[in-house]
Design a protein around this ligand. Sequence first.
Ligand code: SF4
Length: 610
Amino acid sequence: MKISGGYFKKILEIDLTSGTAQTLELSDRFILKYIGGRGFGAKLVWDNLHPGLDPLGPDNIVAVAPGPLTGVFLPASGKTSLVSISPATGVYADSNVGGMFGVELRQAGYDALVIRGRAERLSYIWIDNGQVEVVANEGLKGKGYLETEGMIRREIGDEMVKVAGIGPAGENLVTFACITADWGRNAGRTGMGAVFGSKNLKAIAVRGARDLPVYDVDLLRKLSTSAFEGLKKNPYFEFWQRQGLMSVVDYLNHAGVLPTYNFRDGYFDRADNINGYVMEERYKIGDTACFGCPMACGNINLVKEGEYAGTVVEGPEYETACMFGSNLGVDNLSFILKANAVCDDLGIDTISAGNLIGVLIEGYESGLLTRDDVDGMALQWGDERSILTLVEKIARREGVGAILAQGTKRVLERWPVLEPIISHVKGLEQSAYDGRATISMALAYGTSDIGAHHARAWTVGKELELGADWGAEERVDIVIYHQQARPLFDMLGVCRLPWIELGFSELHYPEFYRAVTGVSFSIEEMFRRSDDLYNLTRLINVARGLTSKDDYPPPRCFDTPIATGPQAGKVADREKYAELLQLYYKKRGWNEEGIPPDSVKSNFNDKLNE
Ligand code: SF4
């Protein structure tokens, strides 16, 4: 099969220890097998594995990988994956960021970056088309993301430069530090910001002026015009533009699976104060969008009055609204906007932060922790001041914040007594969906390669719709189907939300890929590649010491029935879960321990350029 567009067939490798860069050529065979984005990133991480690899050591790499559709005139085509070994979980990790950064990187002439080593002093990487420089700048130390972005642009003398970087949390190696780009777009999960920090890497700045190679421009124009029109005709489109992911707050609260009081409950009786309608009426002043996206889900909000007046932020998304709202007993959207802005600037993932602060509050309230454990604070639900103090303490690694900053695994080492109330999988703090009433979602969390995040499979809606009518086969099949479809978006470098929220068919993507690259893949062939990617990330995790015990949802999922609301009393059944997990392994072709066969392993011994 001939590739006639879509790729520059080049990866830029930067070694921060030596301050050198080189270009790695990619063969057509390699490209066709791994497609791009997260596919390239996972293969680079696999090739770099060795015993004793420290996620925060100079030997760990981080790949920054847009996909072949990133920056092409198609709906929602501005996504870039960051791929590495996570300092939070110790296993495979990725997170993706929207906006314009990846588009600019592609326009600089690269399909991906791979960064290794450690700079002697705090630095940023400056990629100006084909020129690459590692620029030391200790004046950036301790700066928030927003100031960092401005300082780098001024130093370079170009306001159009695109920047992706970290705040103080990344510098301080907080295991849930994120990477931010374009003012407020975050690669939030799995601690990619700490990997940057461990490398003394504050940011990457990029300027690109190249045209992206497209095989058939006329076909692409025809397909994209029809795709844009199709999206706009969707009856839900206008509502989505108004609320974006904030629309999910009400849906999940009414369904009874909204994280509330540290996931103890699934229903928040004051959710009406923190939902999308309140945001629209009192706070929203505009929208932003990633490259090429008519859905424009980035809500720009302003707090107009009260204690937090003057706060302007892109957000919150659903996750932030409930992890800093219902999950902490807060019903004040002004506060949530403030917390969102503070976390963005410090460079902290709001999901992990909201999760761990909830654990601390419940731990103190229930007597598992003493007042000394929590720095003398009288923690209670809804205490906005204490919550903001904890966020700052985490980012600066002060007092109890220094323990939380090391993530769930270290929190449990310090306080094993918290095990029953902490919600995580593989060391990644659970995102904002409850799995107790939706056992397929528990399986989705348990089998997610990065830990308890919904990005791999989100089955809550279907499970609630079909409930008892669903058998084990259907539950496992839908988890695997999501795990096939979702990685594909990350490989191609596009956003999955048109597919999730507006019913945009996955069948569009083989057509887009053909117009851009000249390669005809069926959707089944594409899914085979994303299945291969799932095998590859599983092999990485097995090599890092993961066992089937790590494929279980948190204890709370089995042991604490939902307290109130429509799902009151619901709890997952451990035996039933174990059966689902074995069926899942079987369908994946893995053994009873969840290990892929040797033949799968040998499939990934290939080289980039052969
Ligand atoms: Fe970006 Fe939202 Fe559009 Fe996705 S739907 S590309 S996150 S603006």
